[in-house]
Design a binder for this molecule. Structure first.
Ligand SMILES: [Zn+2]
Ligand SMILES: [Zn+2]
Length: 201
């Protein structure tokens, strides 16, 4: 099996996802479960280009799992953020036209005691240890739950979002920096960038 085939058939492990994110946390574990469920439902391979596109409804830890496992990133234009503050992730496979909407909810049971401690700002060493152990147990628990106990998975009727487009560039006459045409602001007779328009407007 050559390197390319390996990359296209294997879903990254949780440990690899932790390395990408920078720490292990319950939010990442939840996002990982979502990302793996989406990949399995869509029979997908990681998006080396724009085959997959994800719409995420929060900008917290779990989104990093979607970026890493599904290969949907801001830079490639196949990660779309809707600021609804919900654990909802809609992932499309453009090749097959299939999409899934996944709602994730982690039941608040096992570590409610340490959750209170985690919100305390001046924790003692013992309390800190309790928080870390509680977090570790919660991650293990989230990873062990059956999918239906954690995720609600529905099909999607809407078509996938349009592909990212390359926009023309204009130069702001005030700061002299280039900007995307879709972000220009008209102030009087001039076309300015957003920060200059905010300063002068
Ligand atoms: Zn995190
Ligand atoms: Zn400017």
């Amino acid at each position: 099996m050559n390197q390319n085939e390996t990359r296209r058939t294997r879903i990254p492990t949780f440990e690899e996802t932790v390395t990408f994110h920078g720490h292990a946390c319950p939010g990442l574990a939840l996002g990982y479960r979502v990302a793996v469920a989406a990949m399995n439902r869509l029979c997908a391979v990681r998006a080396e280009d724009e085959d997959l596109v994800a719409i995420v409804e929060n900008d917290a830890c779990g989104v990093d799992a979607v970026q890493y496992v599904c290969g949907c990133t801001f830079g490639k234009g196949n990660l779309i953020f809707r600021d609804y503050g919900k654990h909802v992730y809609t992932v499309f496979n453009r090749t097959t036209g299939k999409g899934v909407r996944i709602y994730a909810e982690a039941p608040e049971t096992v570590e409610s005691g340490t959750a209170v401690l985690a919100r305390k700002t001046d924790r003692t060493a013992d309390e800190q240890t309790a928080v870390e152990e509680g977090r570790k147990r919660r991650i293990e628990w989230l990873m062990s739950l059956e999918e239906p106990d954690l995720l609600r998975i529905d099909g999607v009727c809407e078509p996938p979002p349009a592909r990212a487009r390359i926009h023309a560039a204009y130069r702001c006459p005030v700061c002299g920096e280039r900007m995307m045409e879709t972000r220009c602001r008209a102030i009087g007779a001039r076309t300015l960038c957003v920060p200059c328009a905010q300063q002068l407007g």
